[in-house]
Design a protein around this ligand. Sequence first.
Ligand code: NAD
Ligand code: ZN
Ligand code: ZN
Length: 382
Amino acid sequence: EEPAGKFSRCNSGGEGLRAAPRTGRRRPGRGKIVATGVCHTDLYHLFEGMHKDGFPSVLGHEGAGIVESVGPGVTEFQPGDKVIPLFISQCRECRFCKNPKTNQASGRHAMMASADSRFTCKGKKVLQFMGTSTFSQYTVMNQIAIAKIDPTAPLDKVCLLGCGICTGFGAAVNTAKVEPGSTCAVFGLGAVGLAAVMGCKSAGAKRIFAVDINPDKFEKAKVFGATDFVNPKDHDKPISQVLAEMTNGGVDYSLECVGNVTVMRSALESCVKGWGVSVLVGWTDLYDVATRPIQLIAGRTWKGSLFGGFKSKDGVPQMVKAYLDKKVKLDEFITHNMTLGQVNDAIELMKHGKCSLSSVSTPLSFLLQKWPQLERRVRNSI
Ligand SMILES: NC(=O)c1ccc[n+]([C@@H]2O[C@H](COP(=O)([O-])OP(=O)(O)OC[C@H]3O[C@@H](n4cnc5c(N)ncnc54)[C@H](O)[C@@H]3O)[C@@H](O)[C@H]2O)c1
Ligand SMILES: [Zn+2]
Ligand SMILES: [Zn+2]
């Protein structure tokens, strides 16, 4: 417990970014972030989403860390606990949390840049991206938005369970509910798509089509269980037709892990009529998605999945355990290990499709030397 108003000064090369653990009824606790991944959603926020009111903000939402201090009334956590920040929280009390059909949470648990951020820089408020902000040495979280994990878990690996891997894996297992012996197609082979491939395999799929316009991704997809590889650029006809021909009418399940509405349509139309299920995982809120009604009337189901359908506080520790029990892979997703000072380079790599996931660890006091540069870039993009 700490006196109200005492703050952590993140080592910021004089820029003065601060994370203050204000006390109060929202029961925050402050944690030191040890490792973080970079996810396409950070990139989306930075370059594509262009939410004008979403800056300045500290990005990053896929991290792992250690609780440093807790506010009054926090009973679930103690300093020293290993934790994963959650961008969708689970209060266990609201209408949504109590309903086993969803992992959505009600109003106050909303995502994206949280209005009551504890970050300030030179006296000015800095937003907390997705309520987490893991590109920082310290962050302040509500206890409903952190999951306590096995103390033996390696933080530089399990940080990936804070978003991409749970998202893709759960989209296959929880949302699509892939059945043994089925045929699946995964569109987009970033970390999310590769995790979806791993989910299909773990659910017992017999054939898994990995679809990407970047053929460099196929080798990795094989590691996670893909059996067939399709590059839409190699074909003149629509990819749904190509897949229909290869599967006698279409796949049982398809997962869109790109965030492109044209691909979303192709993924739906690649499913077999009668019972095909297509899941939207890729993120965009800039465009409408469309198809002819007959596609659905003919028995296909179109669904969406947020964070793989996992109720976050329950699901993340289970996925950490599955990793420790060697039931899910994580190490294989990591293409680069970098320092927080190189976070902009990591973003650059992701932009150019050179990495499926970077694990950015923070052995020393970084981010905030680099943070002003991140802010500059953000300003240029809006
Ligand atoms: N629903 C959720 O809860 C959730 C959570 C995390 C991320 N996401 C979203 O999931 C998506 C994937 O994230 P990521 O980090 O794996 O991204 P990524 O950029 O690493 O991977 C995207 C992949 O899609 C491929 N691709 C691009 N255009 C394509 C096309 N026309 N056809 C086939 N493949 C194509 C790219 O080559 C790349 O391999 C993003 O939109 C991200 O915002 C959603
Ligand atoms: Zn993410
Ligand atoms: Zn709730």
